[in-house]
Design a protein around this ligand. Structure first.
Ligand code: I6G
Length: 712
């Protein structure tokens, strides 16, 4: 075989593999085989530069940087789509189509509208020769080299091809690829892209196509533009089939729909599937299927009358960042909040949005005065995604604005602001002396899943705080402070209401240890952790005693670490951590399922605070009570400690835990030398490895049942 035909054969093979992998999602050879063919072709092309060709698969890796982009005149304008903001507008569109064509009901093709960038791809005799952006519709920019790097864009068409054809479609960035770009930019300290569309646009506008080649861009074709020598079919749906045959990816979600009802049903259906598509869409494009009908309808002001885009309510919008303020939560956490020029986004007017924490503010580099992108999706709290710095003027103005700084004092009580090592959240250190924390703590304390004090609402609590009646949760049960007389003196408090509140307070005293623990509002102790702590320790004294022992243990371990680190510095070499240093820092608390070092540290800190201990003592004194812990069940598992890992066949973790406890066994969250049995299901991971290393008995569910039933 001649070199030329060998090169040609390899190119065809590689393009075929590309098509199967990237377009059909059905690879026919392993990656290693593809790489082998690719290297073979690269070698032959290097040895025979006379056979170089721009449509070779080896050209997809990008080439030398260019100085700028050249303008391209579109041979047929790239029109824009008429937008329908609501169902009425969609109905108007359909009515006009039916009236012009004089039909009862029109057949449409419905396609998800990708949130990407429209491009035009020109092929001559089946070979990709030019690719351009939409630009202003008449003139775009030549981005051929960048588009060549997108594997889903064929460099050569398959089957029967006309001498000239221009294909139109959308370049976009799938969400997984976007996440990868964000992670990489965060790790390298580069500017983080604000959304997949901007990331795709930035990637396509790279002057160095080798950079574009590294971006995981994708493409869907949606129509044919200019052509020569192509006999267009009668229907758009057939044109899409033709595009598939030529080797283009066409969205698998495209459907033929009948009439306005078909359009609305499709829109609702894709809206439900939207979150699981793996890429952003911002609506649906409806196009008349009959191409002759399209001729009849024509266009108006550069928009075809035979198509429209019915958009979802935008989840992202740009607006002015007017200020950054700080909110103090019930645990003292200080959250920067963006004050925005009100903007309609995600179906609501938004004027405040979270900025999460100061690390995020730094990472996003947003400054007061910037135009920012705000996102509000579903019920999620609106958030600022980043500054919109699209042109040089915006970038310059941004750089002149001061960088936001973290407060050194609490904005509510002027208390000290502290940041625990390793945590991103800064907190006001003033505890319940800070009004914001006190109000938040009280709201939490009386809430339904905590002490469940009905009738004691946020406004009433605010009054009790502002009048200096209540200064800690314990004061709620102090009848010298909160009583019917005091309450009736408050605003909008009739006698009847006051006595209802007093009765509700009294009622709430009988509770459970779990609720009581949860109501204390220790950072990181939610409902589930409170339940697990309550199960493990049974009562408050036992928990506090364990927290004290663990705090001592962690202190000793920290001393070991510091000593080793000092030794390392002295000897200028790494020293292996001793077993004592590697053991859990808070052994008793970390034995509770899902309690790790951070949660345990918070629990210890909370119970070491004299003020918290005082509140607990007062609450108990005032009569808050719960049933004594049940005596540990006796049974064949008495005195044995179990850890559960992996998926157990046919039973949930909760069921297995209950079974162990009902037979006298104890549960722990982590494997240690004190563990007697590891109950392991499928896909058991590191706990299994640790148990094997420590020689802990590993059992399955059947063995657990045998243990329970055995006589000894
Ligand atoms: O911008 C567009 C996105 C998607 C389109 C489009 C489309 O079809 C799925 N179709 C046309 C006809 C135009 N723009 C002009």
């Amino acid at each position: 075989m001649s070199v030329a035909s060998n090169i040609e054969r390899l190119r065809r093979q590689l393009e075929e593999h590309n098509h199967r992998y990237y377009v059909l999602d059905d690879p026919s050879v392993p990656d290693a085989e593809y790489d082998r063919l690719f290297e073979q072709l690269q070698k032959l092309e290097a040895e025979h530069p006379e056979f170089a060709s721009a449509d070779s698969p080896t050209q997809r890796v990008g080439g030398a940087p260019r100085a700028g982009f050249v303008e391209v005149q579109h041979r047929l304008p790239m029109q824009s789509l008429r937008k329908c903001a609501d169902e009425d507008e969609l109905r108007d569109f359909d009515r006009r189509v039916r009236e012009t064509l004089n039909v009862e009901s029109a057949a449409y093709v419905a396609e998800p509208k990708l949130d990407g960038l429209a491009v035009s791809l020109s092929y001559e005799h089946g070979v990709f020769v030019r690719g351009a952006t939409r630009g202003d519709g008449a003139t775009g920019e030549d981005i051929t080299e960048n588009l060549r790097t997108i594997r889903r864009i064929p460099l050569r068409l398959r089957g029967d091809v006309p001498p000239v054809v221009e294909v139109r479609g959308e370049v976009y960035l799938p969400l997984a690829g976007f996440k990868r770009m964000v992670d990489e930019a965060t790790a390298s300290g580069d500017k983080v892209p604000v959304n997949p569309r901007n990331a795709a646009a930035g990637s396509l506008r790279q002057l160095d196509s080798r950079i574009t080649a590294r971006r995981p861009l994708a493409f869907y074709a949606y129509g044919v533009g200019y052509s020569e020598g192509w006999k267009a079919p009668k229907r758009h749906s057939q044109a899409l089939e033709q595009l598939r045959d030529w080797g283009f990816p066409v969205s698998e979600h495209v459907r033929a729909v009948q009439g306005i009802d078909g359009c609305i049903a499709f829109f609702e259906d894709i809206g439900r599937k939207r979150a699981g598509l793996g890429f952003d869409i911002d609506g649906v494009v409806f196009k008349l299927d009959d191409l002759a009908g399209r001729e009849e309808l024509g266009s108006v002001s550069r928009e075809p009358r035979w198509a429209c885009a019915y958009k979802f309510a935008a989840e992202e919008a740009q607006t002015l960042l007017e200020g950054i303020e700080f909110q103090v939560g019930r645990t003292g956490a200080i959250t920067p909040v963006a004050r925005l020029k009100p903007v309609f986004v995600g179906g609501a007017n938004v004027s405040n949005a979270t900025l999460h924490n100061m690390d995020e503010v730094k990472r996003k580099d947003v400054r007061v005065g910037d135009t920012v992108l705000v996102r509000r999706a579903g019920d999620v709290i609106p958030e600022v995604i980043g500054a919109v710095l699209e042109d040089e003027a915006a970038r310059e103005a941004h750089l002149l604005r001061p960088e936001p700084e973290m407060l050194t004092e609490c904005p509510v009580c002027n208390g000290k602001v502290e940041r625990v090592e390793g945590e991103v959240v800064a907190r006001c250190a003033n505890g319940l002396s800070c009004r914001a924390q006190l109000h938040g703590a009280l709201i939490h304390f009386v809430s339904r899943k905590a002490m469940d004090v009905e009738k004691l609402g946020e406004k009433l609590l605010a009054q009790l705080i502002d009048q200096n009646i209540v200064r800690s949760p314990a004061d709620i049960y102090d009848t010298t402070k909160v009583n019917a007389g005091v309450l009736t003196d408050l605003e909008r408090m009739a006698e009847k209401s006051a006595s209802n509140v007093i009765a509700a307070i009294e009622d709430s005293k009988s509770t459970t240890f779990q609720r009581f623990l949860y109501s204390l509002g220790c950072p990181q102790v939610g409902e589930t952790t409170a339940r697990d702590l309550a199960r493990q320790f049974g009562d408050i004294e036992a928990l506090i005693a364990a927290a004290e022992r663990d705090a001592e243990h962690a202190k000793a371990q920290r001393a070991l670490r510091l000593a080793r680190e000092a030794q390392e510095r002295e000897q200028d070499k790494k020293i292996r951590r001793s077993e004592a240093e590697r053991a859990p820092a808070y052994p008793e608390l970390q034995a509770v399922p899902d309690v790790g070092e951070t949660v345990a540290a918070h629990i210890c800190l909370f119970f070491s605070e004299p003020h918290n201990r005082e509140v607990i003592a007062k609450l108990l004194e005032a009569g808050v009570n719960w049933p004594a812990p049940k005596a540990a069940a006796t049974g064949n598992l008495s005195g044995k400690t179990f850890v559960i890992t992996g998926t157990l066949p046919g039973v949930s973790r909760e069921e297995a835990s209950a079974l162990i406890e009902a037979n006298g066994g104890k549960l722990s969250g982590s494997v240690s030398k004190n563990t007697d049995f590891l109950l392991a299901g499928e896909a058991a991971g590191s706990k299994l490895a640790k148990a094997e290393k420590l020689g802990v008995s590993v059992i399955d569910l059947a063995a657990l049942h045998r243990l329970i039933e055995s006589a000894d």
